[in-house]
Design a protein around this ligand. Structure first.
Ligand code: GLN
Ligand code: ZN
Length: 766
């Protein structure tokens, strides 16, 4: 018979219990025992919820206090020496690797000062994992038995689970060599690592686990030949070991076809594929299943839309026709980690729109309902209800705005919409004449410290405790402070400081048509950092100007140019839950037109230096090289240009990028007059070199805004000196890495003063 499966459930708790308690533990307010208890309670709740919903295959070991990849590093003792010399508890070692640890010596403990391991994006999700970091001296051995403990914990509650483990090839490939072993290729450690997989799998089998979900998501990437070959080596070895559980090789987030050869003969008992993301792979991937189990990923683990039951049932039936009903599992496409916990906790959503959504708890029910429908059980009422919700969304005025649709397709067809009037050298002439900026112009990225006072006033305003006039007055006074400060220290292009913005995406989402917001829709981004993405529910347009009032007020306070400050179309799209009923490209174009209107309005109001931030442009890059990727690059750049090309030559368009290694060619395609990029932590000289041919103007970030550390004037001088060795002086802007909103005023004042002084020093020399 067909069975149902969930690949993983959110671990943060319905009300962010995990965050609150981990942070309480870090600050010493609760002890380890209390924190461990919180974890246990969350696991119990999650398992029971799935059991009661009727899920056949419930995951265990999907819980983590920070990151499940880091859990594996602890399990396999992949712990760099720098973390072991302080005699920390296992839990504290884990957190030290996750986030670094600085602690002064006390009577009972030694001083500790160790930075975190590198944290990187988990494929194209907004989740980040702690990178396994291998050294020649890594001493592989089992360290505890977390997967077994959690399996037994569920068993004690009367719940049989299927433990989840990231598989050996992905675990190694997602890792890197530590700085003492740079010539070490992680995949070469396979032989050393495999015995530990055998050992832990054996323990799981002994504890009673019949099947283990082994995640090999790297199979959706372009893999080097030796990594492809590693699958055969690894899984033959596991198959040869006695007494291990069955393995379901699990892939998600994309297309496995290019790597099908690497896995087609693997001695595993089944495969899982993501048919939400890549339904087109069906025929090819099913052809390798043979008499194995096929887990059909059909309920979206990455987005919040209600499943379309009619379509899913048809899809699963197609799979049954190929491999037979008793070989089929109906499953979530990936872990539900990437979706908010429970829609039932949303009390403020419009009822019509809420009826289109499904969060993790609802998705669990969806998997069960689809399975029941296939089995011929009576779920007619649920199917009808579902069909009605799908229909309501399809026919809603919110999802179909003919005017927006028309304008979007006209803009796509009209090349002049995405082209400035003149090329950069011509624009530069008018801009030079207009602004007359000195050599090494100084500026900042936009936000200034978001002080407690700002947050308090925003809260009061949101709760109706202060009036709109009072709030405006407060925001104005904040801008006055920021402008006065920038003039005092001698910055050249000023900003208003963004005191009115809670978040660079949410702020715009709230002002645009087509967005919905949750009150509790948190999703883990990393560790105790959760985000609450806006949801793009319909066609997007701009009912009124969004930023003109603040920018104009700020400009009225100074004679220096005031930069208008907007978030770009791709970043708004990437940091929201996108629609799944129109392409991301169309959503991006709709956003770009709304932003174009804003850019033009700013220009009309006299704001003629305008920055459009696109920090997320790199993370939207499709996982594989090929047409999807080149397509993306094309529409992402074009969206930016549509937003920014409706202005005069003399209007100076800035853009800003951070969070990732950028390719100068991608940025070039945006044709911004000035770009600023995060740079201060890049010590690779090639990276400067790569950017030295960038044709327009550029500011390479000069200090890390994540740290309270204040670089001295000399340090700035040295840093700029390094850059000027490869970079032409007349193209170079002087600015920090990113916005200053998380910093305090004291260090902001000191760092910016030193930065401006260093620029002045170089002006004297050229
Ligand atoms: N203008 C934004 C700020 O300064 C940019 C933030 C970002 O790039 N993440 O806060
Ligand atoms: Zn930034």
């Amino acid at each position: 018979m067909v069975s149902s499966a969930v690949l993983g459930f959110p671990r943060i708790g319905a009300f962010r219990e995990l965050k609150k308690n981990t942070e309480a533990y870090w600050s010493g307010k609760i002890d380890a025992e209390q924190l461990l208890k919180v974890g246990k309670d969350i696991r119990e709740k999650n398992w029971k919820l799935q059991k009661e919903a009727g899920v056949d295959i419930i995951p265990s070991n999907d819980f983590s206090f920070y990151d499940h990849v880091l859990d594996l590093s602890i399990l396999f003792n992949v712990i760099p020496d720098r973390y072991t010399k302080y005699e920390l508890s296992s839990l504290d070692t884990f957190f030290a690797m996750a986030r670094g640890l600085q602690r002064k010596a006390s009577e009972t403990t030694k001083a500790v000062d160790v930075p975190a391991l590198e944290m990187v994006k988990w494929f194209d999700a907004n989740y980040h994992y702690v990178r396994p970091t291998f050294s020649k001296s890594t001493n592989f051995k089992l360290n505890g038995q977390k997967p077994v403990d959690e399996y037994l914990e569920a068993k004690a509650l009367g719940i049989e689970t299927r433990p989840v483990l990231v598989g050996p090839v992905s675990y190694l490939f997602l890792g890197k060599a530590d700085k003492d072993s740079l010539d070490l290729e992680p995949i070469s450690l396979l032989e050393k690592l495999l015995p530990l997989y055998v050992e832990i799998l054996k323990k799981l089998a002994d504890a009673g686990a019949k099947v283990v979900q082994i995640d090999e998501p790297t199979l959706v990437l372009d893999l080097p030949e030796n990594v492809k070959a590693a699958f055969q080596t690894a899984y033959s070895k596991l198959a040869a070991a006695e007494g291990l559980p069955e393995l379901i090789l699990t892939t998600y987030f994309g297309d496995v076809r290019p790597n099908l050869d690497a896995i087609k003969e693997l001695p595993v008992s089944g495969f899982h594929f993501d048919f939400v993301r890549t339904p087109e792979q069906f025929d090819d991937v099913v052809s390798i299943v043979g008499d194995k189990t096929l887990s059909v990923g059909i309920v979206d683990g990455r987005n919040i839309w209600k499943n379309n039951f009619a379509e899913s049932v048809d899809f699963v039936k197609k799979a049954i026709a190929k491999v037979g009903a008793d070989k089929i599992i109906v499953a979530t496409s990936s872990s539900l980690l990437h979706t908010p916990v429970d829609l039932a906790n949303e009390k403020k959503l419009d009822a019509e729109i809420k009826n289109w959504f499904s969060f993790a708890t609802q998705k669990v029910d969806e998997v069960v309902t689809i399975t029941k429908a296939i089995a011929g059980e009576d779920v007619a009422a649920k199917l009808e209800e579902n069909a009605a919700a799908i229909k309501s969304r399809k026919e809603s005025k919110i999802t179909n705005n003919p005017e927006v649709r028309k304008r979007t397709s006209e803009a796509q067809a009209d090349e002049s919409m995405s082209k400035r009037h003149s090329d950069f050298p011509t624009r530069l002439v008018s801009q030079k004449a207009k602004y007359n900026l000195p050599l090494f112009p100084t500026t900042t990225i936009g936000s200034f410290p978001q002080t407690k006072e700002i947050r308090i006033n925003r809260n009061k305003f949101n709760k109706g405790e202060i009036s709109a006039e009072e709030y405006e007055k407060f925001i104005n006074s904040e801008m006055e402070t920021v402008v006065k400060f920038q003039e005092e220290i001698g910055l050249d292009v000023l900003v208003h400081g963004e005191p009115e913005r809670n978040d660079m995406v949410q702020y715009f989402g709230e002002k645009l048509n087509g967005f919905a917001f949750t009150t509790n829709g948190w999703v883990q981004s990393y560790g105790s950092r959760y985000v609450r993405p806006p949801i793009i529910v319909g066609d997007v347009d701009r009912p009124a100007a969004m930023t003109v009032k603040e920018s104009v007020y700020a400009q009225s306070l100074t004679k220096k140019p005031m930069k208008g400050m907007l978030t770009g179309p791709v970043t708004i799209l990437r940091w929201s839950f996108p629609r799944d009923d129109v392409t991301q490209k169309v959503q991006s174009y709709q956003l770009s037109l709304a932003l174009r209107d804003e850019v033009n309005d700013l220009e009309k109001a006299g704001i003629t230096v305008i920055q459009v931030d696109e920090p997320a442009i790199r993370e939207g890059l499709p996982l594989r090289a090929g047409s999807e990727r080149s397509d993306y690059l094309q529409w992402a750049a074009e969206s930016f240009r549509i937003a920014t090309s409706g202005v005069e030559d003399s209007t100076q368009i800035h853009s800003h990028f951070c969070y990732s290694d950028l390719d100068p060619n991608h940025i070039k395609a945006l044709d911004a007059d000035v770009v600023s990029i995060e740079f201060s932590k890049k010590d690779d000289p090639n990276y400067i070199q790569e950017f030295s041919n960038y044709p327009n103007h550029i500011g390479l970030g000069l200090f890390d805004i994540h740290s309270p550390r204040i670089p001295s004037k000399e340090e700035f001088i040295a840093r700029i000196g390094e850059i000027l060795k490869v970079y032409p002086a007349d193209k170079f802007w002087v600015n920090p890495d990113c916005g200053l909103k998380t910093r305090g005023w004291e260090e902001t004042r000191a760092s910016l003063t030193n930065m401006v002084d260093a620029a002045k020093y170089y002006r004297g020399k050229y």
